[in-house]
Design a protein around this ligand. Structure first.
Ligand code: HEM
Length: 162
């Protein structure tokens, strides 16, 4: 490598040597820039203990709200459909956002099986309330599926088997 550079500078004169020096300096500056950017990203996205607690609490409260509104929709009057859709929609969104933030900060977006299963359960529970209003005759099926999805999601959160 060194020989190569020497022979290059011999062949092309002092200009080539200067070019090599300049490109090395540029490489060094780029490296420092990358390190600084990474440090800034880490600083900005680092969670304080307060945020960790808040995210967990909002995650759990939103789950309670989603499950509650979903169960309400199994027996609620048809005119409550719109209000329930708003509440369950907000709850589902909060679950997803807090879940994604915890996934980013605690697990660096590592694609684990338990996260995928939880996403499927979340999608399933979020769809239940709309289905229950539209297909009242199959309410037992929706109720059983909601319980199943909730149980599986909680097991995934605590056991993380894969
Ligand atoms: C309705 C579906 C869901 C249920 C029932 C559920 C349930 C739970 C529970 C019980 C916890 C433990 C909270 C704690 O220890 O304080 C938890 C944590 C967590 N959830 Fe969910 N979750 C659901 C959806 C999601 C979704 C969609 C995501 C991802 C996008 C997600 C990501 C997480 C993460 C990253 C944690 C932190 C795990 C840890 O600290 O070890 N969850 N969830």
């Amino acid at each position: 490598m060194l020989l190569g550079r020497k022979s290059e500078s011999k062949r092309h004169g002092a200009g080539a040597h200067f070019n090599i020096k300049r490109s090395r300096a540029f490489g060094h500056t780029a490296q420092v820039g990358c390190h600084l950017t990474l440090a800034l990203i880490k600083f900005l996205f680092k969670m304080s203990p307060g945020e960790i607690y808040s995210l967990h609490i909002i995650h759990i409260l939103s789950i309670l709200l989603l499950i509650g509104t979903t169960f309400y929709s199994f027996a609620g009057a048809p005119d409550t459909k719109k209000r329930i859709a708003i509440f369950s929609g907000v709850a589902a969104l909060l679950i997803l956002l807090t879940g994604i933030r915890m996934w980013q900060s605690q697990f660096s977006f590592a694609l684990a099986g338990w996260i995928v299963i939880k996403l499927i359960c979340w999608l399933g529970i979020s769809a239940m309330s709309g289905l229950a209003y539209r297909r009242r005759n199959q309410v037992v099926l929706w109720l059983s599926l909601t319980c199943l999805f909730a149980i599986v999601a909680v097991i995934m959160a605590y056991v993380k088997p894969f």
